[in-house]
Design a binder for this molecule. Structure first.
Ligand code: ADP
Ligand code: MG
Length: 457
């Protein structure tokens, strides 16, 4: 936790001249709170757990002390291993690390799946100091002995919450087994969950915890609003209406829960928006994904439709809006979605569409953030559609409001708990005549609020 005043300059951190020069060149005038507070603890060699909001510079928080203290070497085996959940993040973290160490001789190598493993042998034999990798590919390369992990002295698990959401738990354990036991473990995350705590208990030794804000605390520089929208096609109409304002909606990412619906939205809007819109999800080829994200980031495309997985953790420049086309069932997903804007202290806007069925999810998000998302009136000029997609038709006949798939069953306990927390019955907004505002219970106890009360999938 905080040890006092945050350090106001990079000079005061006593980083080397080469690192200082890189910071200057990047226009970074002072470390962010997570950066100044993590610096000394990471240098001390102790195990570290760092929690800070999206876009607050966690990559530099761990890489500054690591890169600064890394002695020059010509040895082949890497000494630092950074694990990230997606291939896109490998590329981004490699880019960031290269900029941060621009004036220092450090060999950084990114490794990820989806490309022929043979292509990666050659760069590995060139030797590397820092390896940034996704768990799956890293494991394959390590067990096949193409990559030697015996010299790893520091392990960083970045975006841990995302990693676990994607089901990497098992693979992480396998990797831990291949690493030398004497090493420094570092993890960074935007949210804290019980599952993360389990990993910490298992592999970390008396970790120092550095937390800026509480888990799930939204960034103040993200303006959030919501619209109650009855169904999919009405959401599409509203989205098209909003996006037609090109001045306001300059650079927009639209999040959707499933690939199928992402494609459906794209197909419906493509005619209207032409080549200013793209869609990315895991069924698209790696090259397509990289290009789509590049085109969006360089503002060739104004709008990108994406599933949660694809854009999590990505640092996209100057995003004007995040649109949550649907309301995520797990509130942390919302935190990650809106965290694509409002980065590095800039202003950003988030809009969430929620149906009657999704209103409970919205309330869970509000409970996690400890704030209400203001609701805007549905614009009169937008047509309300009565056409339903198959998923919505199915819902009408389902017995339970959450359906009865295996996935939903697993979350029952969690929802029960949430229902208990939300003292008033939330019911249907559409049916409710008096539209009474619910009372939000105050959360008490640990600052890392959802640490013990959260049950994940
Ligand atoms: P997080 O992992 O916390 O979501 P990132 O590490 O991706 O955030 O950083 C978010 C953005 O902030 C990046 O564009 C990065 O270049 C920028 N940034 C990082 N540290 C600083 C700093 N000290 N001053 C200004 N900008 C910074
Ligand atoms: Mg990050």
């Amino acid at each position: 936790m905080s040890t006092g005043e945050p350090i106001q300059s990079f000079e005061k951190l006593r980083i080397s001249a080469s690192m200082l020069k890189a910071m200057k060149e990047l226009g970074f005038t002072k470390p962010t709170p997570i950066q100044s507070e993590s610096f000394a603890p990471i240098l001390s060699g102790k195990d570290i757990v760092g929690i800070a909001q999206t876009g607050t510079g966690k990559t530099l928080a761990y890489s500054l002390p690591i890169l600064d203290a890394l002695p020059y070497s010509e040895q082949m085996n890497p000494r630092v291993l950074i694990l990230v959940p997606t291939r896109e993040l490998v590329l981004q973290v490699v880019d960031q690390l290269e900029e941060y160490s621009k004036f220092k001789s450090v060999r950084i190598l990114g490794l990820y799946g989806g490309v022929n493993i043979k292509q990666q042998i050659e760069p590995i034999t060139q030797g590397a100091d820092v390896v940034v990798a996704t768990p799956g590919r890293l494991y394959d390369l390590a067990v096949s002995r193409i990559l030697q992990l015996k010299n790893i002295k520091q392990l960083v698990i970045d975006e841990v919450d995302v990693m676990l959401d994607l089901g990497f738990r098992f693979q992480l354990n396998n990797i831990f087994d291949l690493l030398p036991p004497r090493r420094q473990n570092i993890m960074f995350s935007a949210t804290m969950t019980t599952e993360i705590d389990l990993i910490i208990d298992e592999i970390f030794i008396k970790p120092t915890r550095i937390a800026i804000g509480f888990s799930g605390e939204p960034l103040k520089n993200i303006e959030q609003v919501s619209y109650a929208v009855p169904n999919f096609y009405t959401k599409v109409n509203l989205l098209a209406h909003l996006l037609s304002d090109k001045e306001e909606f300059k650079k927009v990412i639209v999040f959707v829960g499933t690939k199928k619906l992402a494609d459906k939205i794209f197909d419906t809007l493509e005619g209207e928006l032409g080549n200013s819109i793209s869609v990315v999800h895991s069924n698209k080829s790696q090259n397509f994904r990289i290009k789509a994200i590049e085109d969006f980031d360089s503002e060739k495309n104004r709008i990108m439709i994406s599933t949660d997985v694809m854009a999590r953790g990505l640092d996209l420049e100057h995003m004007s809006h995040v649109v949550n086309f649907d309301t995520p069932e797990f509130p942390e997903n919302y935190i990650h979605r809106i965290g694509r804007t409002g980065r590095a202290g800039r202003m950003g806007k988030s809009i969430i569409f929620f149906t009657n069925k999704e209103e409970d999810y919205k309330i869970e998000i509000e409970l996690l953030m400890n704030m209400e998302i203001p609701e805007l009136d549905f614009p009169e000029e937008v047509a309300v559609s009565s056409q339903l997609i198959p998923e919505e038709r199915k819902l009408k006949v389902a017995k339970s409001p959450h359906g009865n798939s295996a996935k939903n069953q697993k979350t029952t306990a969690y929802h029960k708990k949430a229902d208990k927390n939300t003292k008033e019955n939330l019911g249907s907004k559409w049916k409710r005549e008096g539209s009474k505002k619910y009372k939000k219970p105050q959360r008490k106890g640990d600052k890392i609020q959802n640490r013990n009360s959260k049950k994940k999938r």
